[in-house]
Design a protein. Structure first.
Lengths: 256, 961
């Protein structure tokens, strides 16, 4: 499809929407940023979009926990549109705050769970504070988002968050995430070896070095790091032209 | 009638933080600390509703669990024996963002509306006396400027309505003695001197009436040091004496601003300068389409009282300055001056927060606001000195991007005066000295404190809204609400035309404000626009879209008067001319005495290896990574030279380079850098000024800025200028600013002074921050400071003199004397050559020499690159200590590949450029002179010293709030 439309949502406090729009553009998509208030009046925008993107930021200041109120907004105001969108197989990408929202709204890992319960969350970084640093990410080749495997190399890009620590209810939950192929990205070292929890390779203490998740259908993907901030080699703090985050956007937009 | 909900995390991070703080503060014997978030609701909800609320908003089912009580029905059970409780909530009127979001969430869920209050509960187990517990609460758990605490269940204060208060007082000045006038000024916190009070009395006597409180307060604000810079505009009788006090020179200065700062800008007459000193921010050209706006502000006193909120609102304020020139904020900076982090608690003066607590809070406040706005914090400085224990300095800067010609400055008669953004409360009335005699007990209970907590999400809405409104040309003028609130924003915007405004329309945080309080409130996150009537509906539509509150205050009248009403009744009516031109010019005395000649020669530095390591570990030089990583410096994707550089991404960058989003079609970018050296200022403020300018410029040039396209900002933080010695030092600094600006061709485009920074009669070290913004013609040619490749050559550019007075070496040796660094000859020409070399791709790294001189700069390049270096220093008649540690200006170290050395030397022919040695594979720093090895230090040792693990930056695991 030529220049697929990517609907980028903006809640009050979203701030990496324009960064994401640039990445989408460079990857060949046509970004459209819409504030939730606009979206309420233009519900048709869901139908017109080929992909949905929830970008980074501090929605509502994350005053009641990261992404919590935005997740409530989605559930209260856009529940049906979202369900339809996801069920249609169109792709959804959540980055940082957007990932937190997808998890808290139950769209990742999207298990059937009683209301008010969840098995996975994004908790406070082990360091206890916000951190900004570059990390290496590897796609999990076993993951259900098969199109991500087209990304041939690691992704090198920054994290910038205070609540990116993937926590699970119990060991069984982690085992199930792994077994069902729902881990999309992991923190690794520069050579691609597992971070094994070592700080700062794994910058926040996430279990299993999990940096991103996908759903069982593979069309909903979320991750904490910011691939949209490494879309040209000029942005690479170590120089070099490889390991662009742009590869993720290209993969997401490819063969939809 | 209160619901209490307690939420506890199983993560234990908050507990760890409390235990760490307590242990740092010397509280032993605490075995455990449970921490719970508290949420109070003013009215009961059904159990089902509360469960829904918890599940939807308050409790994370994986890491948190909740308990709740209807305090109407049952009391919260007492804790187990041996557990002591501290509960903390905000004082009434202080911004409680979580409570606001909770109230909105409750409405969104369709539950009955209730008021919410949030707080914290600490459950401490261990041996703590009641007195120790009180101390711990005050030192670590609660800041009584904005919060209060109790040992046990706290009673939340829900904002309740009081009746509107239309009281307007007439203040009789007639017949008051001079003394009585001054007393009135003092008691009402007007900060007006006798000449000013007499001018006001005369003015109203001629009108045949007494001023209202609204009028008097408006005059006091408009004529305040903060708003009109009385000291910088004053005529000054300046006497300069030698060290013995014999007069060397007397002169009259026609205003510091006019004679030194503006005059420098006018003399330089840079073609790319768009706006200097007239707008809320300075503006320079960026490319064919866009301009860049830059402003730096200080927020010192608020940060001393409430570090988190003070720094938080400091960023908020300077970002609004940028919105106020119709620019989109795109990057922030911060320079911080703190007391030493290891001052023993019992040595602190009464009423002063510990420097570590101040540093923790300030850094957290900057991070919170900047990160939430989505602005990269890219450049800064941190200096530690005893002189800042009672009075820290917090400089906050912001850069914005605006399409050329998009900032309108011409309000029209009939235009509506529109306020946007946050609601108005008693926030910051009379700045930091809130305890006004006329406020009753009740008002202070209801009032916000002098220091507020910011609301970055409301400000983010303002950024988006104003950008959209600008692009649709919906307003004819814009300004921010800063000091003086509406009184100064509306007063300035309507200075030419006159205004008529109605205060009863202003949306309030809580009722009961008197008209003068509404008019003067310094509530955050507000902008004022002049809007043609036909554009209002579109502006209102955009405001709804961006969740920003809008209110029409009044109109531009064309009658040249400031008319303020409350429910129709006139509460102020003054000629704009008197308000803006009526202030009598001050005449002030200033004296500068040369520092005394040194007694005896400086002590020897001893072991040079140890001295170098001590310098690297000095808090002002050492790594600031612990602070920098708490700031998002990547958002907007344009940070091309970061604050931390090198293969391990931890070396100290000279400057930041930023590519604005939306301008990736060309090769240009801009650089932010700064110069700040209060140590030098203690010896000679003139030297501090020229050195700060040189430092800012050479830092900018080092990463790739064009030296002919650099503009600078001045920020003076000084003591009480009514003392001739303080003012004399300030005059010296301004003279340095003039000479420095001319020498480098860098115009001042904006500036700010914060005076009266004294604690118990002792002034802070007079401190000048120079912030530079420079244009980079080609981002591909950017440089960083880390050594790159073994075999490359290292050159020193610039001349080293015996200039050690005010240096880091002398600080560590506790010695004062000798020569301060001066303005180097031909530095600008040298920087132009350097820029030419960078453009031609002749260099692979460059680093400026500043605190600690050559030795520290060389060590920094090596540790950042994790490579060794071996150099021989030229014998130019200086002692080893002078060659290694002198802080002469105009110097940089350059790394050059062997194949480029010929071209480089040719380019610099006749300039002071000398090859010192080689980059080595072997990771040691070796510095020799005259065949002797002066320094031989392993790079790893340098890294360890410089990183001072756990000693620098912010308290580990602290969120600082």
């Amino acid at each position: 499809m030529k220049n697929p439309t990517v609907l980028i949502l903006h809640a009050s406090g979203t701030n990496r929407d324009h960064d994401a729009a640039r990445a989408v553009e460079l990857a060949g998509g046509a970004p459209r940023i819409l504030h939730l208030n606009q979206l309420q009046e233009e519900r048709g925008a869901f139908g017109e979009a080929q992909m949905l993107l929830l970008p980074g930021g501090f929605s509502y200041g994350d005053a009641l926990g990261a992404g919590q109120r935005w997740a409530l907004d989605l559930e209260l105001f856009f529940h049906d549109e979202l369900q339809t969108f996801v069920a249609s197989g169109r792709r959804v990408l959540g980055i940082c705050n957007g990932f937190q929202v997808l998890v808290k709204a139950g769209l990742l890992p999207a298990w059937e769970e009683p209301t008010g319960t969840r098995s996975v969350t994004l908790a406070h970084n082990e360091s206890g504070h916000f951190e900004c640093r570059w990390v290496h990410l590897a796609v999990n080749l076993e993951c259900r988002a098969e199109y991500l495997r087209e990304m041939e190399e690691l992704v090198f890009c920054p994290v910038a968050h205070g609540e990116g620590n993937v926590r699970v209810r119990d060991e069984a939950t982690l085992a199930r995430l792994e077994a069902e192929g729902l881990v999309a990205f992991r923190y690794v070292d520069a050579e691609g070896r597992a971070a094994e929890g070592a700080y700062p390779l794994n910058p926040n203490g996430s279990v299993g070095d999990i940096a991103g998740l996908c759903n069982a259908a593979g069309n909903v993907v979320g991750l904490m790091p910011h691939p949209e901030n490494h879309v040209t080699p000029l942005q690479n703090p170590l120089g070099g032209t490889r390991r662009l985050g742009l590869a993720l956007f290209k993969a997401m937009l490819n063969r939809m | 009638m209160t619901i209490r909900i307690e939420v506890e995390s199983t993560q234990g991070i908050a507990s760890r933080e409390v235990l760490a703080k307590a242990s740092t503060l010397g509280f032993s014997g605490i075995r455990r600390c449970g921490v719970r978030n508290l949420y109070f609701l003013s009215d009961p909800l059904s159990a089902e509703s509360i469960q829904r609320l918890c599940a939807s908003l308050l409790v994370d089912p994986v890491t948190e669990r909740a308990e709740w009580w209807d305090e109407n029905q049952e009391e919260r059970p007492a804790p187990d024996a041996g557990v002591q409780i501290v509960e903390v909530t905000y004082r009434p009127g202080v911004t409680d963002l979580a409570a606001r979001e909770l109230e909105r969430g409750i409405a969104e869920l369709g539950l009955p509306p209730v008021r919410a209050v949030t707080g914290m509960r600490y459950e401490l187990e261990g041996e703590l006396s009641q007195e120790a517990l009180r101390r711990l609460a005050r030192l670590a758990l609660c800041n009584e400027t904005v919060q209060h605490f109790s040992f046990g269940p706290i009673v939340p204060h829900f904002a309740t309505g009081t009746a509107p208060d239309a009281t307007v007082e007439r203040v009789c000045l007639e017949g008051l003695s001079d003394e009585a006038l001054l007393r009135l000024s003092r008691e009402r916190l007007l900060s007006l001197d006798l000449a000013e009070m007499l001018t006001i009395r005369e003015h109203f006597a001629a009108l045949g009436r007494a001023p209202t409180d609204v009028e008097l307060e408006t005059l006091a604000q408009t004529w305040s040091e903060h708003c009109v810079h009385k000291t910088f505009r004053a005529e000054i009788d300046f006497t300069r004496t030698d060290a013995e006090g014999v007069t060397v020179k007397r002169e009259t200065i026609d205003g510091l601003l006019r004679q030194y700062l503006r005059r420098a800008t006018e003399a330089i007459d840079a073609p790319w300068l768009r706006s200097a000193f007239v707008d809320n921010a300075g503006i320079i050209a960026f490319d064919e389409q866009y301009d860049l706006a830059f402003k730096v502000e200080t927020h010192n006193h608020p940060s001393a009282l409430e570090p988190f909120g003070g720094a938080n609102t400091g960023i908020g304020g300077v970002v609004r300055d940028i919105i106020g020139v119709s620019a989109r904020p795109i990057a922030t900076t911060d320079a911080l001056c703190f007391g030493p982090q290891d001052v023993p608690l019992d040595e602190l003066p009464e009423g002063v927060l510990h420097p570590r607590r101040i540093a923790d809070g300030v850094v957290a406040g900057i991070a919170d606001y900047g990160n939430k706005l989505g602005l990269p914090t890219v450049n800064g400085a941190v200096v530690y000195d005893e002189g800042y224990v009672g009075n820290p300095l917090v400089f906050c800067g912001c850069v914005g991007l605006l399409p050329r010609g998009s900032h309108p400055r011409a309000p029209q008669v009939g235009d509506l005066i529109v306020a946007l953004g946050g609601r108005t409360g008693r926030d910051g009335l009379h700045g930091a000295t809130f305890s006004s005699a006329e406020l009753t007990h009740e008002t202070s209970e209801l009032s916000g404190s002098a220091v507020q907590i910011g609301d970055p999400i409301t400000e983010k809405g303002l950024i988006e809204l104003v950008e959209a409104a600008r692009d649709e040309r919906l307003y004819t003028a814009i300004t921010d609400c800063g000091a003086g609130g509406f009184s100064s924003a509306v007063g300035e915007m309507g200075a030419e035309l006159g205004v008529d405004v109605e205060l009863a329309r202003v949306p309030l945080k809580y009722p009961g404000l008197r008209p003068w309080e509404i008019w003067l409130s310094e509530a955050q996150e507000r902008m004022v626009l002049s809007v043609p009537e036909e554009k209002l509906s579109r502006l209102a539509e955009l405001a709804r879209l961006w969740d920003v509150e809008l209110c029409v205050l009044g109109r531009m009248t064309g009658e040249g008067r400031l008319v303020v009403r409350y429910e129709g009744a006139v509460v102020a009516d003054m000629a704009m001319e008197f308000l803006h031109e009526g202030l009598p010019r001050r005449r002030m005395e200033a004296q500068w005495r040369e520092p005394a000649a040194p007694g005896g020669s400086p002590p020897e530095p001893g072991d040079l290896n140890e001295m170098l390591l001590a310098m690297l570990a000095d808090p002002s030089v050492a790594s600031k990574e612990g602070i920098i990583r708490r700031y998002d410096h990547e958002v907007r994707g344009g940070t091309l030279v970061r604050p931390l550089v090198g293969p391990e991404m931890d070396g100290p960058s000279d400057a930041a380079m930023v590519k604005p989003l939306g301008t990736w079609h060309h090769e240009r970018a801009f650089v932010l850098s700064n110069g700040l050296n209060p140590l030098l200022g203690k010896r000679d403020p003139y030297a501090m000024a020229v050195s700060a300018i040189d430092e800012a410029v050479r830092n900018a040039v080092a990463v790739g800025a064009d030296p002919d396209q650099i503009a600078i900002l001045d920020n003076f933080c000084w003591g009480n200028p009514t003392y001739p010695d303080r003012l004399g030092a300030l005059v010296r600094a301004c003279q340095g600013c003039y000479d420095g600006a001319l020498a480098y061709g860098t115009p001042f485009i904006s500036g700010k002074d914060s005076l009266y920074n004294e604690f118990n009669g002792v002034p802070i070290p007079g401190t000048l921050l120079i912030s530079a913004i420079g244009i980079v013609p080609d981002v591909e040619r950017r440089l960083t400071m880390n050594l790159r490749r073994p075999g490359n050559l290292v050159y020193l550019l610039g001349e080293t003199r015996a200039e050690l007075d005010g240096s880091l070496l002398h600080k560590l040796l506790k010695y004062e004397g000798g020569q301060v660094p001066g303005l180097p000859e031909g530095a600008l020409e040298r920087y132009r050559l350097l820029h030419g070399a960078i453009r031609r791709g002749l260099l692979v790294a460059a680093h400026d020499l500043s605190e600690g001189g050559l030795a520290v700069a060389l060590a920094e390049m090596a540790l950042a690159g994790r490579l060794g270096v071996e150099v021989q220093l030229p014998n130019n008649g200086l002692s080893p200590a002078e060659v290694l540690f002198s802080e002469s200006n105009g110097r940089l170290l350059l790394e050059v590949a062997p194949e480029e050395t010929e071209a480089l030397e040719e380019l610099f022919e006749g300039a002071p450029l000398v090859c010192l040695g080689l980059v080595t594979e072997e990771p040691t720093i070796r510095i020799g002179m005259n065949g002797n090895m002066l320094v031989d230090v392993a790079v790893e040792a340098a890294v360890l010293a410089w990183k001072r693990e756990g000693q620098n930056g912010v308290t580990k695991g602290s969120s600082g709030a």
